[in-house]
Design a protein around this ligand. Sequence first.
Ligand code: LLP
Length: 382
Amino acid sequence: MFSKEDIVKFHEMKTPFYHYKTDVLKQTLQSIVNETNKYNYHVHYALKANANAQILSLIQSYGLGADCVSGNEIIAAIENGFPTDKIAFAGVGKSDEEINIGLENDIFSFNCESMAEIQVINELAAKKNKIAKIALRINPNVNAHTHQYITTGLEENKFGINKWELEDVLSIIAQSKNVKLMGLHFHIGSQITDLKAFKSLCIRVNEIQEWFYNHHIIVDHINVGGGLGINYYNPDEELIPDFVMFFKIFKDLLKLRPQQHLHFELGRAIVAQCGNLISKVLYIKKGVNTNFAIIDAGMTELIRPALYQAVHKIENLSSDNSILETYDVVGPICESSDCFAKAIKLPATKRGDIIAIRSTGAYGEVLSSNYNLREKVQDFYD
Ligand code: LLP
């Protein structure tokens, strides 16, 4: 992944920083475009994964739409060139101000998560004399078999409208003159590597479509969300996720009615592998059963291991020592959870070595903080 020149350069740079390889992002986007063109599918990039301006403007240049979860994400999408008619707006708690941003920009769809929200959107749209296009986010009750914090499609989760509420929802929509139902939306979770979960989703969507059909409703748009996982263990073996397989599942199993469009909201699978967190070793410290490699990046720059016990491959770019030693790789923050990996093997490591924490383009920099009054993490593109 990194050339000798990269590594020399990293030694001279102030660390930590996020390093983005735009050629990896371009190849990923090209692969998505190739596959979706086959079936005429639409992909909305989930900005929550990474909202850096350079990343956004590159992604929109490949013709993708945007999936936003806040008013500020809608604004960032527009500022970086996403057409407003390709912006979907999701989230269980949209504020009035955020709904107004969506209305003023005539976005593609409000993905609605409750009856109360539909009523508020209707009122706000009426004040502006507009018709808001809405999709119902339906909780499909499908298990994504992923970490409990990033599973969303189960009845116990806060997301979406449950199947038994649908009759009531339809009567509210019928009374709401300023909303137009144009889609159904689903999302079962994130970092899904067992593709069987998407097969189960297709089957559920078919059943739910049947229910709507029996109620004389055929919506124009079906949105199956995001969630395709990536290979965190061996990123170089799979820098580009298997989009061929992924989209084919929907082609084979999802029954679209004539004229219906299929939409996806991918985040992680688009940006994870193009980003790496680059850090320097500050100290090596002997522990009881292990050595600690204390690096200058912490949970403030990358919280995924602390929050979700997430695994990221860690490489020492400076050492090609054939002797492997065992290290706990930890950050400088005053929290025991500030640990990137426990008891991993690295070539003998010393102060000043460059450490790469791989596959951090998604949900890395966006989740960074200035806890302990740390400086905002820098980013660097090539
Ligand atoms: N659509 C909806 C409605 C979502 O809630 C999400 C992610 C996506 C699309 C994009 O999912 P993706 O394709 O990226 O899996 N911070 C966590 C991930 C949280 C995902 C939240 N929702 C992590 O670092 O793993």
